[in-house]
Design a protein around this ligand. Structure first.
Ligand code: DX5
Ligand code: ZN
Length: 219
């Protein structure tokens, strides 16, 4: 099953509610919510109060990508605000195992995001604690960057690792530079959830942009 998760980082923030309603109507599956702290990444977005304000706007799950140092400090507020999935970067967590445990204790789905340089071995001993692996296909911090093709072998290795461990249920999500062309490449390599910001929000017809991702995907 392919999941399309538009990233609201590329939305018009002066009309955020309308933008979210618009991509729901256009066929989105999850709303990808990028939280940045200007420490872990050189950019700053928003936190739990805004997540809570946009929660009534849509029924779609909130796929929250935390690009923040010590993300666990935000978990209770994000759970209360209505987040469904929380994905963290291992480099931002002193105790990744404990951090993933706290996400599960709140009853939410847990994900690990791997930067382009971060090896897959980081997740080897926490596979039992995760529902999703997010492969960054750019360096995190900004939308509109070019897709890194060297992440394709990493996706293939991840797919093999999950198959070897009998964990085909763990979702493989990609984030950064996704469009119809790169969607074909990443899904062929094993991805089954696509984050896309610029490609969807920047399109004149967002429903066609989402359909073109589905049509290009090789699942
Ligand atoms: C960047 C974010 C992405 C970003 C992707 O750090 O994690 O979710 O919105 O933007 P595009 O799709 O424009 O590369
Ligand atoms: Zn993201």
């Amino acid at each position: 099953m392919l999941t399309i998760a538009p990233s609201i980082l590329a939305a018009d923030f002066s009309r955020l509610g309308e933008e979210i309603r618009d991509i729901e109507a256009a066929g989105a599956d999850w709303i990808h919510v990028d939280i940045m702290d200007n420490h872990f990444v050189p950019n700053l977005t928003f936190g739990p109060p805004i997540v809570s304000m946009i929660r009534p706007v849509t029924k779609l799950p909130f796929d929250v990508h935390l690009m923040t140092q010590s993300p666990e400090t935000l978990f209770p507020a994000l759970a209360k605000a209505g987040a469904d999935r929380l994905t963290v970067h291992p480099e931002a967590c002193v105790h990744l195992h404990r951090t993933l445990g706290s996400i599960r204790e709140l009853g939410l789905k847990a994900g690990v995001a791997l930067n382009p340089h971060t090896p897959l071995s980081v997740i080897e001993y926490v596979l039992d604690m995760i529902d999703l692996v997010l492969i960054m296909t750019i360096n995190p911090g900004f939308g509109g960057q070019a897709f890194l093709p060297e992440m394709l072998p990493k996706l293939r290795d991840l797919r093999q690792l999950l198959e070897r461990k009998g964990r085909r249920d763990i979702r493989i999500e990609v984030d950064g530079g996704i469009n119809a062309e790169t969607a074909a490449l990443v899904t062929e390599a094993g991805a089954d959830a696509l984050v896309a910001g610029t490609y969807i929000f920047g399109a004149p017809d967002r429903a066609s942009a989402i359909s073109s991702l589905r049509a290009a995907s090789r699942l």
